[in-house]
Ligand binder design. Sequence first.
Ligand code: DGL
Length: 264
Amino acid sequence: MDNHSPIGVLDSGVGGLTVLKVLRALMPHEKFIYLGDTANTPFGVRSEEENRMLVGKMLDFMQAQGVKQVVIACNTLTMLDVNTLQPGRPFHIIGVSHVVALLRKYSKKKKIGIMATPFTINSEVHKKEIHSYEPEIQVFGQACPKLVPLIEARQFDGPEMEEAIREYTEPLKQAGVDIVALSCTHYPLIKNKIEKALGPEVIVLDPAGRTASNAHIQLHKMGMASHSGEGSLTICFTSDLERCKCLAKCLLPDEGCEYKLVKL
Ligand code: DGL
């Protein structure tokens, strides 16, 4: 393994592509291997035991590719605590940023909303971290179980999506939050719809930028960043390659990108 080894990026499906896009812009000389476990999506309604088993297989896949770093571009898997996934792995693992510092900084009303999968909301990780700094902040977690299946099915514009967004944003509006974190990497794909539903007074925060810069900083600290040569991208899914390819192509127009169907 050396500076020119690839970086692995993983998620349950197409959501992690929203993080991959920022990673690529930030680190143009790196080779990226993306893995979306579409055969097992969604992760956000599974048990901890199932998610640990699934992420273990994905990390085995990345290990076989000789990666130098893995970015877990999935909040649900990040809730498992990346420190517990690290032992025995020759590469460094980093998860999605909880963006707690940004949420605290920008919430003037001290009322913060978190939109995420049921698994992430039930873990209460964001709430506990925010309260460890400022116990007086009110945190409203909103589980949004319908969103990932709709996004994976590319049902962006139907009445189901509209209804689901209304159902999940209404309680946050009622609570009077002034900032909402999109703590599921699928949700930035419908960020404009969520913003519209929440109204102009509410800031909608995508943790992708902070996550990508954390990954960049970590690589530099390890002396493993690549500063020369052409970057590349391989995108792997475990099922429905054609459907996923369409979504990936919209998000990451890149002629040089290679697509693969893989088995874990
Ligand atoms: N995109 C993922 C996340 O950030 C996983 C969603 C799911 O599979 O339920 O949580």
